[in-house]
Design a protein around this ligand. Structure first.
Ligand code: AMP
Length: 396
């Protein structure tokens, strides 16, 4: 089967065409600046990237351009659209309605729409992408794969906030968690890679990218994760604050004369390691600045690593132990000095790092020593492949 995987944002769209039998990517790319001037990046695997600048007033034109590129006689990955057997859509928020992936029927789409309030920037964009695909490929089955679904196994003690209970009842205010497709994929792969029985395992997954989250996976099910009602809670991220004292919001609002929107903008876009360092949200820049002796870049890296180490300690406590820790996503897969910094806090768990193995970038590798009390590894995430697998499982 060929599965088109779509990850739709408010003004961008990432796509991959995957053959589910070989799990090979046939073509991939993205549309940017949808609603503005429009830019399509398309790459048939094995060939050079093609860039086309063309107006994309809506997601429909963007998806039409992707489909045209996929069947282009010169560089297309397929000959006709009939070779696309299913479409898998990433959907950000499934609230408590979706603990698994679903075929996107009208009934299911109505329920997805009911989650819009909880993710007003993301879910409406996901829905626009789904509708556009349905219009252009009316007979192709579509599946929704939810970022929140994997975390739905969290117990009440992990997801309830210390807030008036009626906010949970009336407004669904609770912790949901995100990056679930990645946490699910990486925890399963980690057990497989380490020859562990997933059903009898305690795994901590550290998904450290521009957005970063960490999860505790007990016997294959998520029991806690660091993101909350929204992806703002938890770790210090590229530009997001993660956990803060909520009273800071009022204090800064008064000092800086900001309204709630202004404060949320600061917490989402001007905080995190970029806010601390004043250098960048990108750890490649931060590492360079750190090595040049930039004190604020050093602070940013140390705050980031310390927060991750504290969460690992908390999750080892939540599971009464830990068998394996898996690092994934841009920073987790590539930035060895940050992994070293985090792991340096964890000697009390019996962790010993193999510093040579820890130089690995972007490939599966055990980075702890043979006698380490906890196995530590790098497991590259692959959310598109996970979405493809979920899609095939539902439409086959
Ligand atoms: P993600 O959101 O998963 O794409 O991760 C993005 C972050 O990963 C960037 O901000 C970088 O700091 C980091 N990153 C990605 N690739 C590399 C690399 N080759 N070396 C070091 N850091 C990297």
């Amino acid at each position: 089967m060929n599965v088109l995987v779509i990850n739709c944002g408010s003004s961008s769209l990432k796509y991959q065409l995957i053959n589910s039998d070989s799990e090979a990517v046939l073509a991939k790319g993205l549309c940017e600046r949808i609603g503005l001037d429009g830019r399509l990046v398309y790459q048939k695997i094995g060939m050079d990237k093609e860039i086309t600048e063309s107006a994309m007033p809506t997601h429909k034109e963007a998806i039409q351009m992707v489909l045209d590129a996929l069947v282009n006689p010169k560089s297309g990955a397929i000959e006709s659209l009939s070779e696309i057997d299913a479409v898998g859509h990433r959907v950000v928020h499934g609230a408590e309605k979706f603990a698994a992936s679903f075929v996107l029927t009208e009934e299911v789409l109505a329920q997805v729409e009911e989650c819009n309030d909880l993710a007003p920037l993301h879910n409406p964009a996901n829905l626009i992408g789904i509708r556009a695909c349905q219009e252009l490929m009316p007979n192709v089955p579509m599946v929704g794969v939810f970022d929140t679904a994997f975390h739905q196994t969290m117990p009440r003690k992990a997801y309830l906030y210390g807030l008036p209970y009626e906010y949970y009842e009336k407004y669904q205010v609770r912790r949901y968690g995100f990056h679930g497709t990645s946490h699910s994929f990486v925890s399963k792969r980690c057990a497989e890679f380490l020859n562990m029985d997933l059903n009898n395992s305690k795994i901590i997954v550290a998904h450290l990218g521009n957005g970063a989250s960490i999860s505790a996976v007990l016997n294959g099910s998520c029991v806690d994760t660091s993101m909350g009602l929204t992806p703002l809670e938890g770790l210090v991220m590229g530009t997001r604050s993660g956990d803060i004292d909520p009273a800071i919001m009022e204090y800064i609002a008064k000092k800086e004369n900001l309204d709630i929107e202004g404060i949320m903008n600061v917490l989402n876009k001007k905080s995190g390691v970029e806010g601390i360092s004043g250098v960048s949200s990108d750890f490649r820049d931060l590492e360079a600045a750190y090595n040049e002796g930039n004190e604020r870049a050093k602070d940013a890296c140390e705050v980031f690593a310390y927060r991750v180490a504290k969460y690992i300690g908390a999750y080892a406590a939540a599971m009464n132990g830990v068998d394996a820790i898996a690092f994934t996503a841009g920073i987790g897969e590539n930035t060895s000095f940050i992994r070293s910094m985090i792991l340096a806090y964890l000697g009390y768990l019996g962790i010993a790092v193999d510093e040579e193995a820890n130089q690995v970038r972007g490939e599966e590798r055990v980075i702890s020593t043979q006698d380490s009390g906890v196995k530590v590894c790098v497991i590259p995430t692959n959310e598109e492949l996970a979405i493809c697998r979920e899609t095939v499982a539902l439409v086959k």
